[in-house]
Design a protein around this ligand. Structure first.
Ligand code: MLT
Length: 257
């Protein structure tokens, strides 16, 4: 049993697709892609402190372990795990703590490297500010989370992300920043996985994760990098059609072996 909020679509007892969301959003982030994945059973999990999940002690590894337990609790032996940004960090933690769960792995807008010391310090500063209940901590992120094309031409997506950033919960912000600050480099974890279907995807306008970040993960997984034009960091919201097509292809490759 888990107290995490787990949202399921379809018969998830076979080989579900597990979708892990970015910071500081929740599993609603995946709603635009869901109708574009017909017939695929999906499990979405809210990270601790986000959506309907209660907060925990910080730790991406503990969360990953709990996701694995929750998926197995639904009757699934294996799953195709896809994470975007923070969700990708969790997927890589899952690859470490429960490699046998993985039937396929999708890493979107993310990186396997650890933080530089300055980035780690900034995360801990934001976590402390969230503990103090300071407002407006994540609102400025809209400029870096969305690509220029989206900011200029997709007003509905822009407005939605602004709303979610304004509503980001203090407990979730603090949990996520402390958890991400302490994540290790996981290139070797990826390289040590048995050969498996994989997807590495980034938006060309992503200002947070570089081409080199994606290329390093792709090299470890022995795949190419899928790059989406006109898309920034929150690829699943900015171009759900292209992201769903890439995830659907990964799922098909993973379940047909
Ligand atoms: C995210 O989109 O999940 C975050 O930008 C990841 C991070 O802060 O490293």
């Amino acid at each position: 049993m888990t107290s995490l909020a787990v949202h399921t679509t379809g018969d998830v007892a076979g080989t579900p697709l597990v979708l892990l969301h970015a910071f500081p959003l929740d599993s609603r982030m995946w709603e635009p892609v869901l109708p574009l994945l017909p017939g695929i059973p999906v499990v979405r999990v809210d990270a601790p402190g986000f959506g309907a999940s209660p907060v925990r002690e910080p730790g991406l590894e503990e969360f990953a372990h709990e996701v694995s337990t929750a998926v197995r609790g639904l009757g699934a032996e294996r799953a195709v795990v896809v994470g975007l940004s923070m969700g990708g960090y969790v997927a890589m933690a899952l690859a470490e703590v429960a490699p046998h769960l993985l039937a396929g792995l999708g890493l979107l807008s993310t990186k396997a490297g650890a933080d530089a010391e300055s980035a780690r310090a900034a995360r801990l500063t934001m976590a402390d500010a969230a503990d103090r209940g300071e407002h407006g901590l994540t609102a400025p992120m809209v400029e870096v989370l969305l690509g220029e094309t989206t900011r200029l031409t997709r007003p509905t997506v822009h407005a939605q992300v602004q709303t979610w950033l304004a509503e980001a919960p203090f407990a979730g912000i603090a949990w996520a920043q402390r958890s991400m600050a302490h994540r290790p480099d996981r290139h070797e974890v990826l390289a040590a996985l048995p050969t498996l279907p994989a997807l590495v995807l980034r938006g060309v306008e992503d200002g947070l994760m570089s081409v080199a970040d994606a290329a390093d993960m792709a090299e470890a997984l022995v795949v190419g990098v899928a790059q989406l034009d006109g898309v920034g960091h929150l690829a699943a919201l900015e171009d759900p059609v292209a992201v769903a097509a890439a995830i659907g292809d990964l799922y098909a490759r993973s379940v047909t072996g």
